[in-house]
Design a protein around this ligand. Structure first.
Ligand SMILES: O=C(O)CCC(=O)C(=O)O
Ligand SMILES: [Fe+2]
Length: 307
């Protein structure tokens, strides 16, 4: 994790060595977990299960402390390749996705007419990117099957500490490819789901940092808005990045789980090719939850009739 601002940092080589060792161990255990979860469940290999339990507990405490966890090398490279080929063949077949170039509030809600345009509730962020959504994916899509994997659901549940995790009921944003070309980026925003799950597939040639401000607000539902966080948001939108971290060390195959509903985050502008490509998996805390129409229209170019 890289502090953007002048935050405190432990810089002792020993601490660093310890952290690196812990991270590598975590990555190893969890990448094994990804491939062997089903068989472990059946074989009850107690030693490996114990290692996995420890790794998951460690992810959980990292999320509690920082609001996000980065699991390097989570997806094996053949699966990364398979998803990148899927993107390429979708594009070749004309399913090039929806290119958005739009402004939005950080809440991903309509403007509040009772407040001025420069109020943090209303201030607009400019974003652009391309989304190839779930509806575009074939029945045997690698992303679709990855999204449905019970081991990933279980992983998300245990890392976040949620009692239950459900697949999204949205036919578009449940799982999608996010493609950022040069000049694209995603402005500061809160997500509409409690946790974002991001599979990194391709790094951009330059830019495209994932910046994150932990626990900008404390809320229980996506549309609760209250004044407590306004000062913090105003500061961040004015460029005062105190408390903002850039998630570093990301590589193709990384998995990042983050509390995007509570925490302001953004993707900085991509400055060099190749494009930044990732897959977003949307899991919800309640059955039947869907993305709101505001975000669907802006980022997916979709609308669910009657909503
Ligand atoms: O692309 C990313 O790294 C983050 C995407 C994100 O925050 C979103 O889609 O809401
Ligand atoms: Fe987000």
């Amino acid at each position: 994790m890289k502090m953007i601002s002048s935050g405190k940092r432990a810089s002792f080589p020993k601490v660093l060595a310890h952290v690196i060792h812990r991270k590598l161990k975590l990555a190893l255990i969890l990448s094994i977990y990804f491939d062997r979860f089903e068989s472990l469940e059946h074989s009850k290999d107690s030693r490996s299960s114990m290692d996995i339990d420890l790794a998951l507990e460690s992810c959980h405490s990292t999320i509690e402390k920082d609001g996000w966890v980065h699991i390097p090398k989570f997806i094996p490279s053949h699966q990364v390749e398979s998803m990148l080929s899927e993107v390429e063949s979708l594009q070749l077949s004309g399913k090039t996705g929806f290119n958005s170039f739009d402004s939005h509030t950080v809440y991903q809600e309509e403007i509040d007419d009772l407040l001025p345009p420069d109020h943090p509730r209303n201030q607009l962020q400019q974003s652009s990117k391309t989304i190839i959504d779930l509806m575009e994916l074939s029945e045997n899509s690698t992303l679709r099957s990855t999204y449905m994997r019970s081991d990933i659901l279980e992983l998300v549940k245990r890392c976040t500490g949620l009692t239950e995790v459900f697949l999204s009921a949205c036919p578009y944003n449940a799982a999608y490819y996010n493609i950022y070309n040069v000049g694209d980026g995603l402005g500061w925003h809160f997500d509409r789901s409690a946790f974002g799950v991001n599979l990194v597939l391709q790094l951009p040639g330059g830019g495209g940092n994932f910046d994150y401000h932990h626990q900008t607000r404390y809320i229980s539902s996506p549309s609760s808005l209250h004044s407590l966080e306004y000062d913090t948001i105003r500061n961040i939108l004015q460029g005062n990045l105190s408390g903002v971290v850039t998630v570093d060390g990301i590589q193709p195959g990384s998995l990042i789980i983050f509390a995007g509903l509570q925490s302001l985050h953004r993707v900085t502008t991509i400055t060099e090719t190749p494009p930044r490509i990732n897959a977003i998996l949307t899991y919800e805390t309640m059955p039947g939850q869907k993305l709101n129409d505001y975000s669907l229209q802006k980022f997916f170019g979709r609308h669910i009739p009657g909503e």
